[in-house]
Design a protein. Sequence first.
Length: 307
Amino acid sequence: MTPTPPPAGIYVPMVCFFNADESIDYPAIKTHVIRLARGGVTGLVVHGSNGEATHLLHSERQEVIKHVRHVLDDNDFKSVVIVAGCSANSIRESVMYAVEAKESGAEYGLLLPPSYWVKDMSNDVIKKFYSSVAEKSPIPLVIYNFPGVCGGIDLNSDIIAAIAKESPNVVGVKLTCGSLGKISRLTAVLSPERFAVFAGKAEILLPGLVCGSAGAISALANVMPKSCVELVRRFKTGDLEGARKLQGTLALEDWNIQKTGVSGVKAAVTKGFGYGSGRPRGPLKEVKADDIPGATTFTELLKIENS
């Protein structure tokens, strides 16, 4: 059977909450998963950048995926898709993470390009990396383009399209680079039934939809899942003015969240909904709820979310 891309919609690159001793706060994760699922999101991304995958032990990766899958299933959210981060710098380790992700309950894998030896990462090497992992992966893969965590490696639309055409098991891309041009070019040459193109930030959710994206995988959806889902609904029903107004508010808050990083996303969740904390694992600095910029915008957006 030909692999199919993730269903269109809003996906949340879930944060991972920690206790004061930096152990994983599973009760907070449970509360978070249920709130996001009730918000109408299509899927959850576990072990992306916001999930601090690079800070987790090997065994913890499997445990968190299993926990999220059990929470979804036990609360009648079996249709919510799990995309698991499988990124590593070698083909062998990436395949191992993909195998374990499937065993733990994930339907798709999210994969950054290798970047430890940046100077050696030619287009041919990167294409070989993705085709080799895809060939052995038991789950379809989504390319993760995020130059900020890959030594500046920024995959262009040509190489992304080439990987997709050569590897049927590569079924989508998350563009955290924020390029609308890439969305337009990729959706022009790749069928949505074969390949899903996702905006990587809420600040370009509406423009991305206009350009043909399948939706977004957005850190802000940790805080405002209903608002992101509502924007997609307004777009699909032709309420472009309503979608535009909501996009403006989301863009302002997305920018404020970007200024504070992963810890700030968690602190915003705690500030708005009363669970978890902003604690990251060291050496990242903890952001307190009161340190999040744009308090007025946050309050207004919270009203929209709770409505």
